[in-house]
Design a protein around this ligand. Structure first.
Ligand SMILES: O=C([O-])C(=O)C[C@H](O)[C@@H](O)C(=O)[O-]
Ligand SMILES: [Mg+2]
Length: 429
């Protein structure tokens, strides 16, 4: 068996995204992703996926060149390789990523986000070469299915008039009734029984009312609210006080570890984060201050599936829960998330996934949610297959774009509907 990488293919794509609202603005009609393929000397192809914005592509290209000649089994070596790829300082001059949705932006985190796509592709190729599923390469699954939560968003019925976009059949959700209706659809279509509402969009009282309406419509179901740090400590405490009886956890109510620690100290409602603990370096302060009770891992920015397992082990050591964060992603990443989640003992919270919002994929067969869960694939590698025609079509869309959609910008999308829109100063409420 020859596991040497002889070729690496990078295919940026633009995939359709509905008009989902968050505190920074609204999703653009298409969002960039990068599909990574590694090919071994034996002709085995492994596939991975990560962010597709320009700053990631700029790193992925030299990284791909360096990977050639190495073995797909050399997973630790990926981090050494990544250290050799220079990050343009202007790419990390902002303190926060995606207008603040993914926490601090550092050169390391950028590199790790790129490594993750290659790590998954290498694991896929290795698994296919050995005839083993990725979860077996990670030590073996401890469950046969991974539970996901319905990721509810405030949402317009459609993208602004005149903007090229794909239509969706979810309708608008701009008030409590709309949110409950969306949740019903999620439950009907996918069987989800946990619900997360992306907040930070409307004044907190409106979002409290929406969560109350969910609690009434779905009694006993785990509920979460995530305003992406849009609230002050006082507002966070008010929301925790009003919703404490129905929330599984409150996600990033306030921005940064000190503010989260202050909230945590004064409420019994567990706090989750994908914003103040997003790197290993951020763990110590957050855990010693008791700022978070659940970390939402994301194999993309934590640097892959094996780093996700390490994060889970650290969380376990400190008695902190673990679950998963999600951005817009394709089926490749859902498969990767499912494999790693299957290996993590003590995963007590349903994972987030944007996948139901994605009408487009690059796989021959979409992954399916049954009773809110994805069965852990047992076929070799990730257990998914690329549909090359779909991949080519979505790449064509990326090629045809004049550059406006190649870098995610939720504030720019919002300005099309509201030219006065500026990224809100935090805390917003
Ligand atoms: O905090 C989170 O869960 C996210 O930031 C997830 C996504 O980025 C979501 O907010 C989005 O895409 O609008
Ligand atoms: Mg979050």
């Amino acid at each position: 068996m020859n596991l040497t990488v002889t070729d690496v293919r990078l295919t940026p794509v633009l995939i359709a995204d509905p008009p989902l609202l968050n505190t920074q603005g609204v999703h653009q009609p298409y969002t960039p992703r990068l599909v990574v393929e590694v090919v071994t000397a034996d002709g085995v192809t492994g596939v991975g996926e990560t962010y597709g914005d320009t700053k990631y592509l700029e790193l992925a290209r030299p990284f791909a060149e360096k990977l050639k000649g190495r073995r797909v089994s050399d997973l630790n070596g990926l981090f050494t390789l990544a250290d050799e790829v220079a990050v343009d300082a202007s790419r990390v001059s902002e303190a926060v990523d995606v207008g603040g949705l993914r926490g601090v932006q550092t050169a390391d985190k950028l590199r790790l986000s790129v490594v993750s796509g290659f790590e998954v592709a290498c694991l896929d190729a290795l698994g296919k070469s050995l005839g083993l599923p990725v979860h077996a390469l990670l030590g073996g699954k401890v469950r046969d299915a991974v539970e996901y939560s319905a990721y509810l968003f405030y949402k317009w019925a459609e993208h602004p008039a005149g903007v090229r976009a794909e239509r969706d059949d979810w309708g608008a959700a701009l008030d409590p009734a709309g949110v409950v209706e969306q949740a019903r659809k999620f439950k009907e279509r996918y069987g989800f029984s946990s619900f997360k509402l992306k907040g930070g969009v409307f004044p907190p009282d409106e979002e409290i009312a929406a969560v109350r309406a969910l609690a009434e419509a779905f009694p006993g179901h785990p509920l979460r609210l995530d305003p992406n740090g849009a609230w002050s400590v006082a507002t966070s405490l008010k929301v925790a006080g009003d919703l404490g009886d129905v929330l599984e956890y409150l996600e990033d109510p306030a921005l940064g570890t000190p503010a989260m620690a202050e909230v945590a100290e004064r409420t019994g409602v567990p706090l989750a984060t994908n914003m103040c603990v997003t790197t290993f370096a951020e763990i110590r302060e957050a855990f010693t201050r008791g700022a978070v009770q659940v970390v939402l891992s994301d194999h993309h920015y934590w640097g892959g599936l094996r780093n996700t397992q390490q994060l889970a082990a650290v969380c376990r050591t400190f008695g902190v829960g673990v679950s998963m964060h999600s951005n817009t992603h394709l089926g490749i990443s859902l498969a990767a998330m499912t494999h790693v989640a299957a290996t993590v003992p003590g995963l007590h919270h349903a994972c987030d996934s944007h996948y139901p919002w994605q009408s487009e994929d690059v796989l021959t067969e979409r992954l399916v949610f049954e009773n809110g869960a994805v069965r852990v694939p047992d076929a070799p590698g990730l257990g998914v297959e690329l549909d090359r025609d779909r991949l080519a079509a979505l790449h064509r869309r990326w090629l045809d774009d004049d550059g406006t959609l190649r870098d995610r910008d939720d504030a720019a999308a919002m300005r099309i509907a509201d030219p006065e829109w500026v990224t809100p100063a935090m805390p917003r409420w």
